[in-house]
Design a protein around this ligand. Structure first.
Ligand code: LIP
Length: 267
C-alpha cells in the first residue's frame, strides 16, 4: 500500500480547521455536560460529538475508504489500510471551563504507525504538524525537543486520570518525583503536552491512562522533534504509560518513575 503522507496531512489539517472553527465560533455560552463516561468527571459535551462528526465527514469527502478510531464515535473499519485516530477535543475539561489549553488532534495511521498528524489549538493560535521522516513543525518553525542537563534541571509535564483512586496513586508518584526535577506542569491535554515536549516548552511528559486518540498525532510530533515516546521497559506507548523525553533524559526519568512504582500494574 503506497500512501502519500503529505496528502494525509493536508486532509487532516483541513478537517481540524473546520472542527476548530465550530468549536470556537459555535461554543454555546451555557455549554454543559452532555454525558459522562468512566467517571462523573470524565465528561463529554455536545461540542465533542459535533466536532468529531465534522472531522469524519471532512475526511470521508477525500478518503471514503479509510477507517476511523475516535474518542466519541468509536471504531469504523476501512479498506484502504489507513486509519484516522481522532480526538475532537483533547482537554475537554479545559474546553468546558473556558481554559484555552485544548486541541483538535487528528493522526493518520497505517498498520498502527502514525504517518501524519496535526494538533490544532485554536484558542492558542497554534497548529502543530508532522509527517513521519520529515520533521515536526509549529506553524513554519521546525521543532526540536530539549536535552536538559540532567533530571534535576528538567521541567516535567504529567496528567491525572478521571478515577479518584488512580489520581491518589498518581499524586503520590508526583510527590516522590517533584524533589528530583526542576518542577511539574499539568496542562490538561495530552496532545498539547506531547507538542510541548516537541517545542521544548517542557523537557518531558508522562501519564498513565491516555488513549490512542490522545497520543497519535502528538506522539508523532514529539518523535519527529527527536524525542523518545515509549512506555515502560521497552514497551510502546499505551494506556499503561506514555513517556516522552529527549534521548538523554528519557532513561533518567524512566528510572525515577519505575523506582516510584509508576510501572506497577495496579492503579
Ligand atoms: C485528557 C487527556 C489528559 C488527561 C485528562 C484527559 P480528554 O483527554 O488529554 O492528558 O490528563 O485526564 O484524559 O478526555 O480531554 O480527551
Amino acid at each position: 500500500m503506497t500512501v502519500d503522507a503529505r496528502e494525509l496531512l493536508e486532509v487532516a489539517r483541513a478537517a481540524a480547521a473546520e472542527a476548530g472553527k465550530l468549536l470556537v465560533e459555535g461554543r454555546p455560552a451555557d455549554l454543559g455536560v452532555a454525558q459522562t463516561k468512566s467517571s462523573p468527571t470524565d465528561v463529554v459535551t455536545e461540542m465533542d460529538t459535533a466536532a468529531e462528526r465534522i472531522i469524519r465527514a471532512a475526511i470521508r469527502r477525500h478518503r471514503p475508504e479509510d477507517g476511523f478510531l475516535g474518542e466519541e464515535g468509536g471504531s469504523e473499519s476501512g479498506t484502504s489500510g489507513v486509519r484516522w485516530v481522532v480526538d475532537p477535543i483533547d482537554g475537554t475539561v479545559n474546553y468546558l471551563y473556558g481554559l484555552p489549553a485544548w486541541a483538535v488532534s487528528i493522526g493518520a495511521e497505517a498498520d498502527g504507525v502514525a504517518l501524519a498528524g496535526v494538533v490544532l489549538a485554536p484558542q492558542l493560535g497554534e497548529e502543530y504538524t508532522a509527517v513521519r521522516g520529515e520533521g515536526s513543525w509549529l506553524g513554519g518553525r521546525r521543532l526540536r525537543a530539549n536535552e536538559p542537563d540532567g533530571l534535576a534541571q528538567s521541567l516535567v509535564a504529567t496528567g491525572f486520570g478521571y478515577r479518584a483512586e488512580r489520581r491518589e496513586v498518581q499524586g503520590r508518584i508526583v510527590a516522590g518525583l517533584i524533589g528530583q526535577v526542576r518542577d511539574i506542569r499539568r496542562g490538561g491535554s495530552a496532545a498539547l503536552d506531547l507538542c510541548s515536549v516537541a517545542t521544548g516548552r517542557v523537557d518531558a511528559y508522562f501519564e498513565r491512562g491516555t488513549h490512542a486518540w490522545d497520543r497519535s498525532a502528538g506522539g508523532l510530533i514529539a518523535e519527529e522533534a527527536g524525542a523518545r515516546v515509549e512506555g515502560f521497559h521497552g514497551a510502546p506507548a499505551s494506556e499503561a504509560m506514555v513517556l516522552a523525553a529527549g534521548s538523554a533524559l528519557f532513561p533518567a526519568l524512566h528510572g525515577a518513575l519505575a523506582a516510584l512504582g509508576a510501572d506497577d500494574r495496579d492503579y
